[in-house]
Design a protein around this ligand. Sequence first.
Ligand code: UDP
Length: 258
Amino acid sequence: MSRREKIYEGKAKILYKGPKPGTLVQYFKDDATAFNAQKKATLNGKGVLNNRISEHIMVKLADIGIPTHFIKRLNMREQLIKEVEIIPLEVICRNVAAGSICKMLGLEEGSALPRSIIEFCYKKDELNDPLVAEEHILAFGWASSAEIDEMTALTLRINDFLCGLFEGIGIQLVDFKIEFGRYTDENGDQMILLADEISPDSCRLWDSVTKKKLDKDRFRHDLGDVVDAYTEVATRLGILKQNPGTPPKLSIVSNEDE
Ligand code: UDP
């Protein structure tokens, strides 16, 4: 790991230079942060689970024709990806009201939305990733009109597919955040790829019947059993073998509120 050149270190992942030009290695850490990194902890095993869950989802999305940055998983914590220029927007898709939309519009958590809603947030930690309008995106040149249309169309297809995937394993996809990047292929053709990760860190996933939260909200709101919940998602997706004899342990190494 240390032999590789580190390109970038984020809150939950590290990017290293890949073995070939145009590739990177994405390393999943056990670190968890919330509320713009005011709350921090290390959750043993989270990185391994997110690596596997994100791989599983990216492969399934590629199968239905969604272009993604994912090339292959290298080991328990690393995957080989295509190097992209990240568009500085977080694309959020919501099916059910939860989190920031409840605060912003005075909605009750869990209330159905009239239809799926897509939001764009400007990726800027110092500003708390503010919600922005298409006007801001175009005026500041963060993405072109064609790129906004492409991201919107891809996000709706991803949402349709993931809603079905999770519904089939008794999980409601409440909302999720994705990121896209610009990529130029070997023929010089430019395209937009789904980048980053899709995991319980970036989605709200509720048990369809009990509404138990199986995602990062367990960490955000101190509900406990965070890694158990991620393990449950991985098990239901068929990634992990069910092993009822040895339930995974959640071990919080540090947890500080700044
Ligand atoms: N989300 C994310 N990273 C962020 C902000 C949001 O992965 O920096 C995900 C979050 O996990 C949820 C969805 O995007 O699945 C919508 O989040 P929301 O806007 O409700 O923000 P929050 O309430 O998490 O601050």
